[in-house]
Design a protein around this ligand. Structure first.
Ligand SMILES: *Cc1c(COP(=O)(O)O)cnc(C)c1O
Length: 393
């Protein structure tokens, strides 16, 4: 008789966004006249840029003619888009071989799928608070998880604890939910720890395009990272591809464990279980890497970052402690008056109609914190912050 993967029974149901939706619905029902300003969403809102639409449209028309129709493509991505990604990395001084880059349908799938390469008896180190995907995908495999406390004392940037042996380490920088970003020295400590302990770092760079200063955008900017890190990136937040779906994962040839190149294993895994991203989407993505595309994308990111600045300026004015907002679309603030995050959620909604995300939904260390996102419109962000000031001044 069939028996199921019982590890799935250990996954905690997440009611975070459904609980939020239910509370907002109840509030709207009781106060239909009150305006709701949504600053909780982790999804982009600006449309795809012109350059992406141009390439996408061209590809759609190609698919409609026998001479230019495309069937199955290479599982790991077309050469044209891998060349673009390679060029993009080179701009930041990171030199990659073309076949170290794997095109995917997004960072979330690859972050989960990569675990196929690792035995289930590895110990996993995950920061708390965290993007829930890292935790749940490891629970599904039954791996032992240790949490690295991310808190006000360390600026939500935990550093390696040399007394702990962690085999698989997750780092997300700029971070979701905290918006905190590691600097070079801090990332070097993680890279050195991983190389010394024979660990692998799974580096989530989904928000790298929001970095506007000297903070590293890729872990490969750190010496030694190619022997200990896989990097996951995505056009979701960079180019508004959350509904279009394309990402890329870098597996350097220098990554060897048990005398096996992980690049070979990942290629085998992808060619076996994945049939590639659609031609139309890969072409559309090409439009994000052209000079026009890059400048159009920069405009969208600048729009979000201006919103983030409106939020952080308000926090500065009100003396509210926070991380993020500078190189990130997220502002992670300490709830005023020692409120717990759900209590603050209710209070803020009742008084202002502003909806954010309670930090407790991202882990224990989020209990007194709250996430606001810059993905709203500028007008709504200004209005929300005006209400914030009236409430807490
Ligand atoms: C949004 C996000 C991603 C991107 O996921 P996609 O599957 O590429 O849309 C990856 N990591 C984090 C932390 C994110 O917030």
């Amino acid at each position: 008789m069939l028996s199921i993967n019982k590890n799935y029974l250990n996954i905690k149901e997440s009611y975070l966004f459904s609980d939020i939706a239910a509370k907002v619905a109840a509030f709207t029902k009781a106060h239909p006249e009150k305006k709701i300003i949504k600053m909780g969403i982790g999804d982009v809102t600006r449309p795809l840029c012109e350059s992406v639409i141009k390439e996408m449209t061209y590809a759609v028309n190609e698919m409609g003619k026998a001479e230019t129709f495309h069937g199955y493509g290479p599982e790991q991505g077309y050469g044209f888009i891998k060349d673009s990604v390679q060029g993009y990395y080179a701009e930041n001084g990171v030199n990659l071989e073309n076949n170290e880059i794997f095109i995917s349908d997004g960072a979330k799938s690859d972050l989960g799928n990569i675990l196929d390469l690792f035995s289930n008896d590895n110990t996993v180190l995950i920061p708390d608070p965290v993007y829930p995907v890292y935790v749940d995908t490891n629970i599904m495999d039954g791996r032992k998880i240790i949490f690295a406390d991310s808190n006000e004392a360390n600026g939500f940037l935990p550093l390696p604890d040399t007394n702990i042996q962690a085999d698989i380490i997750y780092i997300c920088s700029p971070n979701n939910p905290t918006g905190a970003v590691y600097d070079r020295e801090q990332l070097k400590l993680w890279v050195d720890y991983a190389n010394k302990n024979g660990s692998i770092i799974l580096f989530d760079a989904a928000y790298e395009a929001f970095i506007g200063d000297d903070h590293p955008r890729s872990i490969y900017e750190i010496e030694g990272a190619k022997t200990c890190a896989i990097e996951f990136c995505s056009l979701s937040k960079t180019a508004g591809f959350t509904g279009t779906r394309m990402g890329y994962t870098v597996v350097p040839h220098l990554l060897k464990f048990d005398n096996v190149e992980l690049n070979k294993l990942w290629l085998r895994r992808q060619t076996t279980k994945f049939n590639g991203v659609s031609y139309v989407v890969q072409k559309a993505a090409l439009g994000a890497f052209t000079p026009e595309g890059k400048s159009q994308i920069r405009e969208n990111i600048a729009y979000y970052k201006e919103n983030a600045k409106i939020i952080t300026d308000t926090m500065d004015e009100l003396n509210i402690w926070y991380t993020g907002g500078k190189n990130s679309p997220y502002v992670w603030l300490k709830c005023p008056n020692n409120m717990e995050s759900w209590e603050f959620f209710d209070y803020l909604l009742a008084k202002t109609g502003v909806v954010g995300t309670p930090g407790a939904g991202f882990g224990n260390n989020g209990k007194y914190f709250f996430r606001l996102t810059a993905f709203s419109t500028k007008e709504n962000t200004i209005e929300a912050m005006k209400k914030f000031k009236e409430l807490f001044a």
